[in-house]
Structures are given as structure tokens and as C-alpha cells.
Design a binder for this molecule. Structure first.
Ligand code: GLN
Length: 447
């Protein structure tokens, strides 16, 4: 892994902060010694895992790929990384991302764009693009990502890896920098489904330090993994507009559905009312929450403080102006607008109503079916700079992923072959509230 990292990093730029080889090797030796002495070790002991640079890891720099956090070193540990520590994992470093997880290409990073290992002229997806690229390139065995509107699933698809976003509240958000708090969830990106099951089982479960953490016991995601999919009821959304997809993606999706049918699953058509508004609803709510969450970066409490500021007002204004990138500024403005008096009812409050409607519909749907299938992204990995001038185009590519976060349900991206140009393809599996075990079992069968 260290060799792979040394060989690939100069091109891929997947890491923002690398733990030096010597430190990693020393830790790996310790794990080896334990094994040799026959001591009981966790399956994750000594496993080289990368961490998206949005999680606090005590004593390590945290940037969220933003200049505004320059110089910030985490004084505490996030719950998910502390649970990996309990298992003895080996952190390889902090992985690159879109600034504050806002984006779908990992081009919005103050530390430079990340490249896709399958074709280095193309993006690895985002915002967890560093995590996905590092796993695909073998510069870590697995990685932690976060998913607010698709940021685990879409880069997993773009890099031919597996990624799962659990039910909202399954993983604690303590110590994970907030973008849109009511959607944000941590999850793994791995080479295969089994690795994700092991990691998610370790990081998931109740945490009293996150008030939105669900009161569930220690999850069991591994024992039933190989049970197969016999008798499963699998849904497809009949009013989902697949004409927005690249032809290859549409065909690959239809072939995948066929595979389920041929293997004894019953395919059920479902309808989701107002599904065409999910992007608008997601971006209104996500930007609104972001505008509030990012208020804490004021040049005083964290990171960058403008040297040019003489008065207190200038400290706020200049530090934020110099520290935030364009996409982040755009979203703060959009969110502030949507929340302002006079527009609140027309935008934010209406979006929340439609969200409740989606939630009710999904509850109904998953009382009848086990798994719902959709594509992950309507497009294949695109070229660097191809969509940077047109944020709306970038947002529209989230058409299949954001509804999952609006509904709060778990979903995964599973590799489903390659395009003619040898670019990875994938399909999205969704499951009902807290049905991670069913989701992983199905993905395990499919991969
Ligand atoms: N692409 C989406 C956005 O830009 C999702 C980001 C995410 O899941 N963090 O908001």
C-alpha cells in the first residue's frame, strides 16, 4: 500500500495529508507482532484505511479541503474514527474532497483536483473523490467517506469501487464537519462488499454525543452476508426519467434489472410522486443548512484569519472572502436567500413539505418490497473542467442519489461492469429504514 501510494500520488492527488511511511510501517509491525504472538486481534487490526479530510482525528490537520481551515489541528476525535482506532486500524492519511463536501467531482478543492485512476484525464466523482480514487488505486485498502447527496455512491461508481451510505442516524456525526446536518452520513468505500460490511459494523451504532444518532445496538452486518437473494421483491421506479442517462448507462441498468429477474426475484414497478423535484428540494435544504452551519467559520474560532483586517467586521468579512472557495460562497448565498423572511415559505418550507411526502412514500414502498434499483449517476466519469463552468449541470447529475438522503434510507453503489471506453459502471441499490443487512446481502450477491 505504501508503494502504491508513492507511485500514484504524484498524479492522483488523492491525499491532503499523508501519514509518513515510517509511522505506518511501525504500526503495521506492531500488528504483525500481535498476530505472531497469537494474541486476539480485530479483523481491522493494522488495516491501512484512509480518512476523508472532514473527520476530526486528534492531533492531525483537518482542512475540509478549504483554505479557511488552514493551520487547524483537531483537538478531539470523531466517533467513527475512534471506533476504527478501537479495532486497531492503521490510518494512511487524510483524503482529498470537494471543499466542505460541496460538489460531485472533487474539483472544488483548495488542494487541487483529484484524478480518476482508470483515466487520469477524468474526475473520480465527488465529494469523496479522494477516498474513492485512493481505494481504486490501492493507496489504501478502504476509506471513510461522507454522503450528503451522493458523495459516497457517485465516486464509488466513477472508480469501480463499492460504497454504502447507511440510514440517517446509523453512524454518529460527532466530530464530522457539518455540511447539511440533516442529510450528512459517514460510510465506507471499499474494493468489495464484505470489507464495507466489516467497517460499517465497526463504526455504526448509537452514540450519546450525537442527538440524531439512532438508539440501535451493535449492528450485525457480516453474518448474513452470504445468504443470497432468493424470494426478494425488487422494485424499479416506473416514473423515473431514464432518458437523461447516457445510453450505455441506461442499457447497463436494464441488464442489471434483468439479472435480478433471471435469478428468481420478483420485479415490482413503483411510482414516486413528484420525484422530478428531488434535485430542487435537496439543493434548497442542503444550501439552507450549509449557510447556517458555515456561520461558525468567522476568522476567530478556527483556521484562517485575514491579516488585512483591522476592525472586527473586517475579520469576518475578509477571512471568509479569502478562506472560502466559489462553490461554497455560492451555496451560502443560495441558502441565506432561501431562509430569508419573505422567501422562507416559498422555498425552504415548501421543500421540507415535499421531503415529508417522499419519506411517507418510501415507507409505504418498502413495506411491500426489499430493494429498489436505480442507476447511480446518469453520466460516466467526465473530463476534468468539463462541467466546472456550469454548476447547474453538475447539480443535475445528482438526480438519482439525492432522494435517498431526503428519505433518510440506506443505499449503495455496486460495480456493474465497464463502458466501451473501459470506464467503470455501477447501479444503485436502496433499502428500507435500517435495512443495511438486506442491502449488503443483495450487493454481495450482485458483485
Ligand atoms: N453533489 C452533491 C452536492 O454537491 C452531494 C454532495 C455530498 O453528498 N456531500 O451537494
Amino acid at each position: 500500500v505504501m508503494n502504491r501510494r508513492r507511485a500514484t500520488e504524484p498524479v492522483l492527488n488523492a491525499y491532503i495529508h499523508q501519514i509518513p511511511d515510517e509511522v505506518c510501517l511501525e504500526q503495521a509491525d506492531c500488528a504483525d507482532d500481535k498476530l505472531r504472538r497469537g494474541e486476539p486481534v480485530h479483523i481491522l487490526e493494522g488495516m491501512p484505511i484512509g480518512v476523508k479530510d472532514i473527520f476530526n482525528v486528534i492531533g492531525t490537520p483537518l482542512t475540509c479541503a478549504s483554505k479557511i481551515l488552514t493551520g487547524y489541528v483537531s483537538p478531539y476525535e470523531s466517533t467513527v474514527t475512534s471506533r476504527l482506532k478501537d479495532a486497531g486500524y492503521l490510518m494512511t492519511g487524510k483524503l482529498n474532497m470537494d471543499e466542505f463536501a460541496m460538489g460531485s467531482s472533487t474539483e472544488n478543492s483548495a488542494y487541487g483536483a483529484v484524478r480518476n485512476p482508470w483515466d487520469t484525464d477524468r474526475v473520480p466523482g465527488g465529494s469523496s473523490g479522494g477516498s474513492a480514487a485512493a481505494v481504486a488505486a490501492g493507496s489504501c485498502l478502504a476509506a471513510l467517506g461522507t454522503d450528503t447527496g451522493g458523495s459516497i455512491r457517485q465516486p464509488a461508481m466513477f472508480t469501480g469501487t463499492f460504497g454504502i451510505k447507511p440510514t440517517y442516524g446509523f453512524c454518529s456525526r460527532y466530530g464530522m464537519s457539518a455540511f447539511a446536518s440533516s442529510f450528512d452520513q459517514a460510510g465506507p468505500i471499499t474494493k468489495d462488499v464484505e470489507d464495507s460490511a466489516v467497517i460499517l459494523q465497526q463504526i455504526g451504532g448509537f452514540d450519546e454525543r450525537d442527538s440524531t444518532s439512532l438508539n440501535i445496538g451493535k449492528p450485525d452486518l457480516v453474518s448474513g452476508l452470504k445468504q443470497g437473494i432468493e424470494g426478494m421483491r425488487v422494485g424499479v421506479i416506473q416514473n423515473l426519467d431514464l432518458s437523461v442517462c447516457d445510453e450505455e448507462i441506461r442499457q447497463n441498468f436494464e441488464q442489471s434489472v434483468d439479472l435480478f429477474r433471471k435469478n428468481g426475484c420478483q420485479i415490482v414497478s413503483v411510482n414516486i410522486e413528484h420525484i422530478q423535484h428531488s434535485i430542487a428540494v435537496y439543493y434548497i435544504i442542503a444550501c439552507s443548512e450549509a449557510s447556517s452551519n458555515l456561520g461558525r467559520y468567522d476568522g476567530i474560532r478556527y483556521g484562517h484569519r485575514s491579516p488585512a483586517a483591522a476592525k472586527i467586521g473586517d475579520v469576518f468579512r475578509l477571512s471568509r472572502d479569502e478562506g472560502f472557495g466559489n462553490e461554497v460562497k455560492l451555496r451560502i448565498l443560495l441558502g441565506t436567500f432561501a431562509l430569508s423572511s419573505g422567501y422562507y415559505d416559498a422555498y425552504y418550507s415548501k421543500a421540507k413539505k415535499i421531503q415529508s411526502m417522499y419519506r411517507r412514500q418510501f415507507q409505504q414502498i418498502f413495506s411491500d418490497i426489499d430493494i429498489l434499483l436505480t442507476p447511480v449517476s446518469p453520466v460516466r466519469p467526465f473530463k476534468l473542467n468539463e462541467k466546472m463552468d456550469d454548476p447547474l449541470q453538475m447539480y443535475l447529475a445528482d438526480v438519482f442519489t439525492v432522494i435517498v438522503n431526503l428519505a433518510g434510507i440506506p443505499a449503495a453503489s455496486v460495480p456493474s461492469g465497464f463502458s466501451a471506453q473501459k470506464l467503470p459502471l455501477g447501479i444503485q441499490l436502496m433499502a428500507g429504514h435500517l435495512k443495511e443487512a438486506d442491502l449488503l446481502r443483495t450487493a454481495y450477491w450482485f458483485e
